[in-house]
Design a protein around this ligand. Structure first.
Ligand SMILES: Cc1ncc(COP(=O)(O)O)c(C=O)c1O
Length: 376
């Protein structure tokens, strides 16, 4: 199932009234396909789905059945995967700053690998997850990523060495490094640079006799929004070359995809609730906005909008349903002018959408519906 065919199927089901807006239709076939591809170019690599991207129980079940592991950051995310019977060895936590209750709960449930990037976090791990495996989050360039994560997380080279030494002295099993090139990364050079930096840190760590064996390369693999993206094969080919260059003796590679795994697998089914011609253009309001599913639009993620109507494309200013001036999704949408009541599909909506949604102003949370091929 490719994403175009899935969008056509979703359109057909919406026309038949079998997918009522607002809802997010998810293709398990696309998720399975992505799960099979991710890591295929990096023999031996283990893949952990970042649950934060889409924590719908059925989506998580599809990922679990595909045999992937999970990256979780909260008690609720952990409970979800535990209830599916996922073994604790298949679960890690890579948020560098975790709530103390969560660390204790995860440790109690057998989660063994955690990330840190501060002394305070090392102290928490020593107390709440004694003897755990710990990796330091290294700050790496995030240029070329549409959703950068640098700044809030990660430490530079010098502090990273000190922290690894500190973790070791405090009795943690400091086993390696974690980095994230930023979400929706289309710059292959970013992985190269990050792996080179990680190798330098490994060399420094030799002086403190660290048992360095883990390299967690985080997420960042992109989904297909409006701009061209590299394929997963191209990304992993580049990563494999960097690993061969910088880690010729081998290293245990962990990958934590979120957006790549579920982004392309989701199509929002929305309805136009109003229109207005104003001085700055034609405004179209739909029943999903930045507060109930499209929060990433505020940070610059741009989606493809597909009204189920033929005609000439015009410029529209697309906005959400709430009575709030920030609820504007995109000011430069080129699409066929829809009428009130029309369905508008939003493509590549499977990641970081419903997980952010709130009931602000009383508008409903979009339902997530996993659409098996048998529904067509
Ligand atoms: C620790 C960690 N791992 C993995 C991910 C997933 O990243 P992406 O969705 O870019 O694949 C994130 C995203 O924020 C993250 O914070």
């Amino acid at each position: 199932m490719d994403r175009d065919r899935f969008a056509e199927h979703v359109a057909a089901l919406a026309r038949l009234g079998r997918l009522q807006p607002p809802c997010l239709a998810m293709s398990p076939t696309i998720i399975r396909d992505k799960a099979a591809r991710c890591g295929a170019g990096l023999p031996g690599a283990r893949v952990f789905y970042a649950v934060k991207a889409n924590d719908d129980p059925e989506v998580v079940r599809v990922v679990a059945e595909a045999g992937l592991g999970f990256e979780v950051g909260s008690v609720s995310e952990l409970n979800e995967v535990v209830h599916l019977g996922v073994a604790p060895e298949r679960v890690i936590s890579s948020n560098p700053i975790k709530a103390p209750e969560f660390i204790a709960y995860a440790h109690q449930h057998g989660v063994r690998m955690f990330t840190f990037d501060s002394r305070a976090e090392v102290d928490k791990l020593v107390k709440l997850a004694p003897g755990c495996e710990a990796v330091v989050r290294l700050a790496v360039p995030n240029e070329g990523s549409d959703w950068p994560l640098s700044g809030k997380f990660g430490v530079d080279f010098g502090p990273a060495v000190e922290l690894l030494a500190y973790a070791k002295v405090r009795g943690l099993n400091a086993v390696g490094i974690n980095f994230h090139v930023g979400s929706q990364c289309t710059n292959l050079q970013s992985w190269d640079t990050a792996i080179g930096l990680a190798a330098k840190l490994r060399d420094e760590a030799r002086d403190i006799a660290l048992d360095f064996r883990v390299l967690n390369i985080g997420g960042g693999y992109p989904a297909q929004y409006l701009k061209p993206i590299p394929t997963v094969d191209e990304i992993e080919d580049r990563i494999a070359k960097a690993l061969a260059r910088w880690f010729p003796g081998g290293v245990e590679v962990l990958i934590e995809p979120g957006r790549y795994l579920v982004g392309d697998a989701g199509v929002f089914v929305t309805r136009v609730i109003g229109k207005a011609q104003r001085q700055d253009g034609l405004w179209v309001m739909i029943d999903v906005g930045v507060f109930n599913g499209l929060a990433e639009a505020l940070g610059g993620i741009r989606y493809e909008f597909v009204p189920l109507r033929e005609g000439r494309k015009v410029r529209c200013i697309l906005a959400g349903p709430s009575c709030d001036g920030f609820d504007v999704i995109d000011r430069e949408v080129q699409m066929v002018e829809p009428e009130v009541g029309d369905i508008v599909l939003i493509r590549t909506a499977g990641a970081y959408t419903t997980v952010y949604a709130a009931r602000f102003n009383g508008f409903p949370l979009p339902m997530v519906k996993v659409v098996e091929d048998t529904m067509f």
